[in-house]
Design a protein around this ligand. Structure first.
Ligand code: SF4
Length: 339
């Protein structure tokens, strides 16, 4: 279902007002850069699902993007799960595995999710700064149509400013979010990445490239942080706790990225490496490597098939024993009313 475009420049000006590149908004909304550019130019109109995802990514009412009547938006929301543009991603799959009821409230009912925290805002800023630094070294690794990269410091400033505009909750150790302190911490963590991680990376051949993988009859959208010319897929993560080898060996994102590598380059990867910046009192960097083979790919296919079946049949169930628990779940009240 497509919505008629009446104001082709609204989407672009909303994006620019938030300081987002086309590539960044496309990544956040789960759409391709080429589609986003076509919508911004008014050559095509976003589907229902894409319109709502863009609105969520920009934190605006969808009518600011396209002047659509309220009754129609209500129907768009209801029709989201039927939208052919709807795809799975490793993070959506993780939400379903965490708790199918959580998945339903978040992705089917589209109830508001947890706001930014200091931790997520800093993590995104560090990630964005690394991306900017990598693209400065290897501009050809950028997704097609991506805007010129910012300088890492500018990327940090715009990411923190965006998070503050959207609203930032205190970190788990309390304290009110302070944009200047958040910027300073993100800069310090980026310096750590530059000193400890960047020197050991191969040359980037793909940075934040969107890859569509067909698995178990389902389209899975995968965006590896980086693929390097020595055959590695790499992901950068910031975390408060020291990760373990089991964490990366069990990580489904790595399995999806292994498939994405093969889809993109037509050969098997050396492995998937997770570069971590651990935000303890004295932050440090560490890397954990893992490999994937046919048994891992088959397991992912079975999980994707089960998740797709759950959505197709509309069957969801609560999983209060999930590893995050229910205490921090934003859907506790509606969950108790529903199940
Ligand atoms: S409250 Fe617990 S069981 Fe219910 S949706 Fe949230 S995580 Fe799942």
């Amino acid at each position: 279902m497509a919505v008629t475009a009446t104001e082709p420049s609204a989407l672009r000006s909303l994006r620019e007002r938030r300081g987002l590149t086309a590539a960044e908004l496309a990544r956040r909304a789960g759409v391709s850069v080429a589609s986003l550019r076509a919508w911004e130019a008014g050559h095509r109109s976003p589907s229902a699902g894409a319109l709502l995802r863009l609105a969520e990514a920009l934190a605006v009412d969808p009518r600011e993007i396209l002047p659509t009547p309220s009754w129609r938006l209500g129907r768009l929301s209801e029709e989201m799960s039927d939208d052919p543009a709807e795809t799975w991603s490793p993070s959506k799959l993780s939400d379903w595995l965490r708790c199918p009821a959580f998945f339903k409230f978040r992705h089917i009912d589209r109830l508001p999710t947890v706001p930014n925290t200091v931790e997520t805002a800093i993590g995104r800023a560090v990630h964005k700064a690394a991306e900017a630094a990598l693209l400065a070294l290897a501009p050809d690794a950028a997704p097609e149509g991506a805007a010129a990269p910012e300088k890492p410091e500018a990327a940090i400033a715009s990411e923190i400013a965006l998070a503050v505009t959207e609203g930032v909750e205190p970190d788990e150790d309390g304290g009110e979010p302070d944009p200047a302190a958040m910027r300073d911490e993100a800069k310090a963590l980026h310096a750590l990445w530059q000193a400890e991680i960047a020197p050991k990376l191969g040359k980037p051949v793909a940075v934040e490239q969107r890859v569509e993988v067909e698995i178990a009859g389902v389209r899975l959208t995968v965006i590896p942080d980086m693929i390097t010319d020595d055959g590695w897929v790499r992901d950068l993560k910031t975390t408060r706790r020291k990760p373990s080898q089991a964490d990366v060996d069990e990580n489904l994102q790595a399995t999806a990225e292994s498939l994405a590598y093969r889809e993109l380059l037509g050969e098997a990867e050396e492995g998937v490496a997770f570069d971590f910046i651990v935000r303890t009192r004295k932050p440090y960097a560490m890397t954990l490597e893992t490999t994937r083979g046919p048994r891992d790919h088959d397991r992912l296919a079975r999980i994707v098939a089960a998740a797709a079946e759950s959505v197709a049949s509309g069957r969801y169930w609560p999983n209060p024993a999930n590893r995050f628990g229910c205490a921090s779940c934003p859907y506790r009240d509606v969950c108790r009313e529903t199940f």
